[in-house]
Design a binder for this molecule. Structure first.
Ligand code: NDP
Length: 488
């Protein structure tokens, strides 16, 4: 065994000299044989991963969410079910438009993404410090972001591009007003509110759905910088918000937020003066008052910024039973685009990175892919299967249908469609020799499956055509019994 303080290479082999290259003679050249030198150079070249296109510059911390007021009348989410119940969280704050090295104190919207490690899986609320957004249709997101980033020719942020887009898309005005108000320059991440922004679903034990919005109200009080203060801060410290958050947590001054929800019934949604799923609109507080549900506290800094903040992956599609999506078009697009971005940035197994791993068992049939840690072991990798001790569907968690005008969004069972008639028609088209060849080909492979599986499959042949079933049964040497035949 190596001594615990021995320097080793990535294979665990002790390194005797980590400061002098292996050379042919004292003055060189360097030898290819110095594998550790090559390894160090090569690993260094690969240290960076793709930068997030938006929200590239971030700060993160772990903490706790504590329920103060359970709301079982609205949601069956277990982590919200009892006063005093605590759930671990990880929160990543960010600026939106700047690159990874951007200054924290720039005028910008701020990301406010919370991962709740609940007993029923991770719930990610991937929000901002504003309750609305610049657009209401996801078609406009990529062009919008292009207009806020760098001019393709000058490589400069370009007010002409920004206002060209905004002036052609007046749905941005609400968010523009917030951005250019004092709150566009938060004094720190601790001194700003967070919002889920989109409308979401709450579903209770009775399968009743209401619409909801999430609010995180800073207990530190909202504090903002003036333009002059922002310029001075950026001149002195590009990492002002990272420093403030890190230092506050290190000195035990743990920032807290009141966590509140607004509730809108489906009936209220039909009568609301605006589209309740429009991301450019809030629900006025006097009509939909804030209901306190808990407190969020940040109380632990990450140990390794890259592994825990840079590799943190939040996705609006990470829901838990009792919380779901809404028809909000931008939310619907984000349900896909966030996991897609993580697959590009971190790889298809980004869930297996410790900061992203659920704290409850994960059991499904996804397997392999780059950097897989062997998840799933030797258990079957397909579903449905015939084995007892494999993960099974849990129909009690089925979401109620979502009413959308005259139709409903639901999972419509297609398994009982007519599966047999056309297979039987094809069987009867085959001539005698062809039927023999087909039955032989089937039996040669099906004969290698478990006997239970052979019998189950024979039932299907019989339902397509009596002769089809009899012929395959005969090739398999299986005696036909009444249980295999369709009931007339
Ligand atoms: P209310 O009159 O009930 O409350 C005013 C809201 O404005 C408070 O939430 C306050 O936040 C917030 N506010 C104050 N200054 C700013 C600012 N510079 N940027 C963003 N928010 C600010 O509001 P209504 O519900 O009738 O909504 C009126 C407007 O308030 C909305 O159009 C929206 O821009 C803003 N707002 C509304 C929210 C909502 O969910 N209804 C949420 C956040 C903002 P605080 O409580 O921290 O002082």
């Amino acid at each position: 065994m190596n001594e615990p303080n021995h320097l080793t290479n990535s294979n665990g082999c002790p390194i005797a000299d980590n400061q002098n290259s292996l050379t042919a003679g004292e003055r060189g050249p360097v030898l290819m044989q110095d594998f550790q030198l090559l390894e160090q150079m090569q690993h260094f070249n690969r240290e960076r991963i793709p930068e997030r296109v938006v929200h590239a510059k971030g700060s993160g911390a772990y903490g706790t969410f504590t329920v103060t007021n359970p709301i079982p009348q609205y949601t069956k989410a277990k982590f919200l079910s009892e006063a005093g119940k605590q759930t671990d969280v990880f929160l990543r704050f960010s600026t939106v438009a700047g690159e990874k090295g951007a200054a924290d104190a720039e005028r910008d919207v701020r990301g406010f993404a919370v991962k709740f490690y609940t007993e029923q899986g991770n719930w990610d609320l991937v929000g901002n410090n504003t309750p609305v957004f610049f657009i209401r249709d996801p078609y406009k997101f990529q062009p919008f972001i292009h207009s806020q980033k760098r001019n393709p020719k000058t490589n400069l942020r370009d007010p002409n591009m920004q206002w060209d887009f905004w002036s052609l898309n007046p749905e941005s005005l609400h968010q523009i007003t917030i951005l250019f108000s004092d709150r566009g320059l938060p004094a720190s991440y601790r001194h700003m509110n967070g919002y889920g922004s989109h409308t979401f679903s709450f579903i209770n034990e009775d399968g009743e759905r209401v619409w909801c919005k999430f609010h995180f109200k800073t207990k530190q009080g909202v504090k903002c910088l003036s333009d002059e203060e922002s310029a001075n801060t950026m001149g002195l410290d590009r990492e002002s918000h990272q420093r403030d958050l890190y230092n506050a947590i290190e000195r035990g001054d743990y920032p807290q937020w009141r966590v509140c929800v607004q509730i809108m019934t489906q009936q209220q949604a039909e009568q609301f003066q605006w589209n309740p799923f429009d991301l450019t609109k809030v629900w006025p507080h006097d009509q939909f008052p804030l209901i306190d549900i808990g407190t969020l506290e940040l109380n632990r800094n990450p140990e390794n910024y890259f592994a825990e903040v840079e590799e943190a992956a939040f996705t609006p599609s990470a829901f838990v039973p009792g919380i779901g999506a809404s028809p909000d078009k931008v939310l619907q697009a984000r349900l896909m685009s966030y996991p897609d971005a993580h697959r590009y940035r971190l790889g298809t197994n980004y869930h297996q990175i410790p900061v992203n791993q659920p704290r409850c068992p994960v059991m499904n049939y996804q397997r392999d892919g780059a950097m897989s840690m062997g998840y799933g072991g030797s258990s079957p990798n397909y579903y449905p299967n015939s084995y007892e001790d494999t993960p099974k569907e849990a129909p009690e968690y089925k979401e109620p249908a979502m009413r959308l005008g005259n139709v409903a969004a639901d999972r419509f069972d297609s398994r009982e469609e007519d599966n047999y008639t056309q297979a039987g028609m094809l069987w009867r088209v085959l001539d005698e020799d062809h039927k023999e060849r087909t039955a032989n080909a089937i039996a040669s492979v099906l004969g290698q499956a478990d006997s239970e599986i052979q019998k189950r499959q024979l039932c299907h042949f019989f339902r397509a055509d009596q002769d089809y079933g009899e012929r395959v049964a005969q090739k398999l040497g299986i005696e036909v019994d009444a249980s295999m035949l369709p009931s007339s």
